[in-house]
Design a protein around this ligand. Structure first.
Ligand code: 13P
Length: 253
C-alpha cells in the first residue's frame, strides 16, 4: 500500500482505448504507429486498444512486437453456430486479443445487452482466456434518483454470480452514462465513491485486486486527478483514444 495515495501496489494500472465504430485502414495505421512509438512503458502500467473487429488483424500486425495489447469491443456469449453477425471468443483468440469489452452502456442501451447477457459474455471470454472489461454505470436519471449504487451493484452482481472465482481475472470499468462523450466527467471524488463501493463488492468475491477503470470524458487534463484516487486504477478512453498525443498523455498521466 502506498501510504500517500492509499493505492495498492499489487494492482496493475491500465489504460484502454475504446475506438468505438471509428477508424479506417490508413488512419489506423498512423494512429497505431504513433502510439507504439510514443509509449514509454512506465513500470507497472499497461496500455491497450479495443478496435472494431475487422481491424483486429491490423492491430495484431502493428502491435505484436510492442508491449501494447489489443482487444475487441464485444464478444458473443455463444461458442459457435447460427448467430449471424456475432464474433466468438475463440475467434478473438486467433487474432491475439487480450481483452474484450462487455456490457458497454452503448450496447446495453442500443443492442439490448441485459445484465444476464453481459454476464454470459464475460463468462464466454474468460473460458477462452480473454480478459473481459466489464462496464457498469448509471444513467443521469438513475443518479438523480439516488440509485447509482444500486444500479452498479446490480450490474456487477450479475457478472460475479455467473463467473464465480474467475472474477479475479476480469477488469471492471465504471462509466457513468451521463459522462460518456458529453465532456461532463465525474469528479474524482464522485468516481472514487462508486469505485470504493465496487471494490468492496469485488473483495467479497475474492477479486479485490482487479483493475478498476474509470471511463467518461477522460482527457489529458483530467486524467491525473482521476487516476490519483485510491480505487481508480486507470481509464477506459473513448474519443481521446483516437488522437495519439491525447491518448499517450492520458496513458502517461
Ligand atoms: P468518451 O471518453 O468519449 O467519453 O467515451 C468513454 C467510453 O465510452 C469508453 O468506453
Amino acid at each position: 500500500m502506498d501510504t500517500k495515495t492509499g493505492k495498492n501496489a499489487m494492482r496493475g494500472k491500465l489504460v484502454v482505448g475504446n475506438w468505438k465504430m471509428n477508424g479506417g485502414l490508413a488512419a489506423n495505421a498512423a494512429l497505431l504507429g504513433e502510439i507504439a512509438s510514443g509509449w514509454t512503458r512506465p513500470a507497472g502500467r499497461e496500455l491497450a486498444v479495443c478496435v472494431p473487429s475487422p481491424y483486429l488483424v491490423q492491430a495484431q500486425a502493428a502491435l505484436s512486437s510492442t508491449p501494447i495489447a489489443w482487444g475487441a469491443q464485444d464478444v458473443s456469449e455463444h461458442a459457435a453456430g447460427a448467430y449471424t453477425g456475432e464474433v466468438s471468443a475463440g475467434m478473438l483468440v486467433e487474432f491475439g486479443c487480450r481483452y474484450a469489452i462487455v456490457g458497454h452502456s452503448e450496447r446495453r442501451a442500443n443492442f439490448c445487452d441485459s445484465d444476464g447477457v453481459v454476464a454470459a459474455k464475460a463468462k464466454a471470454a474468460l473460458l477462452k482466456g480473454i480478459v473481459p472489461i466489464v462496464c457498469v454505470g448509471e444513467t443521469l436519471a438513475e443518479r438523480e434518483a439516488g440509485t447509482t449504487e444500486a444500479v452498479v451493484l446490480r450490474q456487477i452482481d450479475a457478472v460475479l454470480d455467473k463467473v464465480g472465482q474467475d472474477a479475479s481475472r476480469m477488469v471492471v470499468a465504471y462509466e457513468p452514462v451521463w459522462a460518456i462523450g458529453t465532456g461532463r466527467t465525474a469528479t474524482p471524488v464522485e468516481a472514487q465513491a462508486v469505485h470504493a463501493t465496487l471494490r468492496v463488492r469485488l473483495a467479497r468475491s475474492g477479486a479485490v485486486n482487479v483493475p478498476l477503470l474509470y471511463g467518461g470524458s477522460v482527457k489529458a487534463d483530467n486524467a491525473q486527478a482521476l487516476f490519483g484516487m485510491a480505487d481508480i486504477d486507470g481509464g477506459l478512453i473513448g474519443g481521446a483514444s483516437l488522437k495519439s498525443t491525447e491518448f499517450l498523455a492520458i496513458a502517461h498521466a
